[in-house]
Design a protein around this ligand. Structure first.
Ligand SMILES: Nc1ncnc2c1ncn2[C@@H]1O[C@H](COP(=O)(O)OP(=O)(O)OP(=O)(O)O)[C@@H](O)[C@H]1O
Ligand SMILES: [Mg+2]
Length: 227
């Protein structure tokens, strides 16, 4: 695979949510998007325009109504369900909007979960977890209960959890929402570090023009279409 081939290539993607009464709510109408290894891309647009919907489709958490999605040249929409689950657990790191944690668990357990899901052996997990936490200056919080973290720490843990598995693409839904400049910078510096290995792509949903300015591409979603 050549460096300039897109890692993600999405064409004419559409998503209509059913509203239970026969009609539907068209959210995405025609989305074309590419993401490349070694690059960060931003998705922007007003609240409710479908940014999270698009990210869920890219993570294979949700099926589109129409359109194509190629990942490393492979048509991932036509994979079997087990193959899609495998794709999710191995290739994708997802930062959910609001950085939901398992609250009754420690930081360590929150990061261990995706590793268990991906079948990483028990003895390999501590090293991977410490490495991911150290990169986000969270090494000292490893045994901390997740519900006692500050908002900024929680968002950093959510980012660490998305990358602990060394996925090929990180899909981050407003990972710096509600963060101050300093914590925003820590997260963006980290994404920058991750993409410099030229094996990983980062796609970040953001409302922050400064975050978008540090991305190689900016996609603006409006009325269901990428401008
Ligand atoms: N499961 C669902 N069923 C029906 N409608 C939905 C569903 N999920 C989302 N929607 C609608 O789809 C639209 C897009 O939602 P989405 O969460 O993708 O927006 P968003 O761009 O991420 O917004 P925000 O910036 O506020 O997070 C909204 O109008 C929302 O109400
Ligand atoms: Mg959203």
């Amino acid at each position: 695979m050549m460096r300039h081939d897109p890692l993600i290539n999405v064409s004419n993607l559409a998503k209509t949510y059913s509203n239970g009464s026969g009609g539907g709510i068209p959210v995405l109408r025609k989305v074309n998007l590419r993401a490349y290894r070694g690059e960060m891309a931003a998705i922007m647009g007003p609240s409710g325009c479908g940014k999270s919907t698009l990210l869920f489709i890219l993570g294979l958490f949700l099926s589109p109504s129409r359109g194509s999605y190629y990942f490393r040249g492979e048509d991932v929409l036509s994979l079997s369900r087990p193959a899609q689950a495998e794709f999710r657990s191995r290739q994708v790191g997802f930062v959910f909007q609001g950085s939901d944690m398992f609250e009754n668990s420690t930081v360590y357990e929150n990061l261990e979960f995706p590793l268990i899901y991906a079948g990483v052996r028990r003895q390999e997990r501590p090293g991977m977890i410490s490495e991911a936490l150290d990169m986000l200056n969270l090494g000292h919080r490893i045994k901390h209960p997740a519900n006692l973290l500050s908002g900024g720490e929680m968002q950093r843990v959510a980012v660490a959890r998305a990358l602990v598995n060394k996925p090929q693409v990180i899909l981050a839904d407003e990972p710096t929402g509600q963060l101050d400049r300093e914590n925003t910078q820590i997260i963006m510096d980290h994404f920058n570090k991750v993409v410099t290995d030229a094996k990983t792509a980062v796609i970040v949903v953001t409302h922050d023009p400064e975050v978008a300015a540090s991305c190689a591409r900016v996609y603006v979603l409006e009325d269901g279409v990428i401008k």
